[in-house]
Design a protein around this ligand. Structure first.
Ligand SMILES: Cc1ncc(C[n+]2csc(CCOP(=O)(O)OP(=O)(O)O)c2C)c(N)n1
Ligand SMILES: [Mg+2]
Length: 334
């Protein structure tokens, strides 16, 4: 748990957040958590097939970074992608229906959990090959540089992916061509059942950027305000034409790697400790309540609202029909 601050962390200096901002982050993180819990239930009921990797525990990372984004910014990530979709404003109904393989899903039920896209929200997937999204995100940033926009691409990948060779090929070209890409390493301490300690000698993952001349920093990824502040710094660096920036988000996943993970590589106490002392949603709840910005009843009302949105998405994902047979012949290269 290196570099993680306790949940009492106050808003970092210069974070510049209002009560409305805090309430917004609370809602957004809660939506992801409840959505993922529901996805886990539907999976257990046999309504979701194939792979399904839940994002529970890591919510502050995407919510904090989306708070630093502006219209036209792009994002691309791995297979642990439902949180990223919800945080950039994709419709929970379309995401859930894709999980259940129905026509109303973002890929018309043909992609599933790991393969969804939204041109409208500039969300470029959903990638099952570990690290594959890193050169893709770098290419997206090249397109912005070429067109002369000041948009950035958030390219998310895991601690395990950080050991992939293609990450360093991408770093080299991104720094050489000064591409506006924020590399976000979601260091949740594990790559499937392998802990960072077992796989990696270096003390930090962001520090590997130094060899390429790319600045970066480690961030408490359980603190949405710290994430937002770091995101704003990274984004400003990129928008000003200074090239890429690396953010290593120290975070934790509460559930198994995927739905079929027996989780024998860590103790229950380890997970429980993070849930009790470092939970990102509880952190914002405490800031809201202790700061006198919201009462328990206000927060209960938000919870009820979010549950209704998630239940509606689940109903939609059950009622939407399976894709028509003719769909077998669309969206393919021949
Ligand atoms: C190239 C490649 N190698 C191996 C796998 C199998 N695999 C899927 S996820 C994963 C672990 C990746 O861990 P990390 O990058 O830390 O992401 P996290 O699952 O923690 O979000 C592995 C080895 C794969 N999908 N692609
Ligand atoms: Mg990991």
């Amino acid at each position: 748990m290196a570099a993680r601050k306790p949940t009492e962390t106050a808003a970092p200096e210069g974070a510049n957040v209002s009560k409305d901002d805090l309430l917004k982050y609370y809602r957004e993180m809660l939506l992801i958590r409840r959505f993922e819990e529901k996805a886990g239930q539907l999976y257990g009921m046999g309504l979701i097939g194939g792979f399904c990797h839940l994002y529970i525990g890591q919510e502050a990372v995407v919510v904090g970074l989306e708070a630093a984004a502006k219209e036209g910014d792009k994002r691309v990530t791995s297979y642990r992608d439902h949180g990223h979709m919800l945080a950039c404003g994709m419709d929970p109904k379309g995401v859930m229906a894709e999980l259940t393989g129905r026509e109303g899903g973002y890929s018309r039920g043909k992609g599933g959990s790991m393969h969804m896209f939204s041109k409208e929200k500039h969300f470029y997937g959903g990638h099952g090959i570990v690290g594959a999204q890193v050169p893709i995100g770098t290419g997206l940033a090249l397109s912005d540089k070429y067109k002369g926009t000041d948009n950035v691409t958030f390219t998310y990948f895991g601690d395990g992916a950080a050991n992939q060779g293609q990450v360093y090929e991408a770093y080299n070209i991104a720094e050489l061509w000064e591409l506006p890409v924020v590399y976000v390493i979601e260091n949740n301490q594990y790559a499937m059942g392998t802990s960072v300690k077992r796989s990696t000698k270096s003390q930090t993952l962001f520090g590997r950027g130094i060899a390429f001349g790319i600045p970066g920093e480690q961030v408490d990824g359980m603190d949405v305000l710290a994430v937002k502040a770091a995101g704003e710094k990274a984004v400003a660096h990129c928008r000003a034409g200074n090239g890429p920036y690396i953010l290593e988000m120290m975070t934790y996943r509460y559930r198994g790697h995927s739905m079929s993970d027996p989780a024998k590589y860590r103790t229950r106490e380890e997970v429980q400790n993070v849930r009790e002392h470092h939970d990102a949603i509880e952190h914002v709840r405490a800031l809201l309540v202790d700061g006198g910005h919201a009462t328990d009843d206000d927060l209960k009302a938000i919870d009820k609202d979010i549950k209704a949105i998630v239940n509606e998405a689940a109903e939609f994902s059950k009622e939407s029909p399976e894709p028509a047979l003719s769909e077998l012949w669309t969206d393919i290269y021949a």
